[in-house]
Design a protein. Structure first.
Length: 64
């Protein structure tokens, strides 16, 4: 599912950025080459980042 239609950024893209170390909306936007658009996706992006960070932390805990 797309997080940002203006920039064609999917939830998978966000998860990839978080897995690579991005922790904030700004870091994810930079990593994805996000260009300013309508801005309606920022809250959704924050939610997806939170879920992705939790998934990464859970995976790291399980691997340890």
């Amino acid at each position: 599912m797309y997080v940002c239609i203006c920039n064609a950024v999917s939830e998978g893209d966000v998860h990839d950025c978080v897995s690579a170390g991005a922790c904030t909306t700004r870091q994810v936007k930079t990593a994805c080459g996000w260009k300013p658009g309508c801005g309606s996706c920022t809250a959704r992006l924050s939610e997806v980042i939170t879920r992705a960070r939790l998934a990464v932390a859970t995976a790291e805990t399980s691997a340890a």
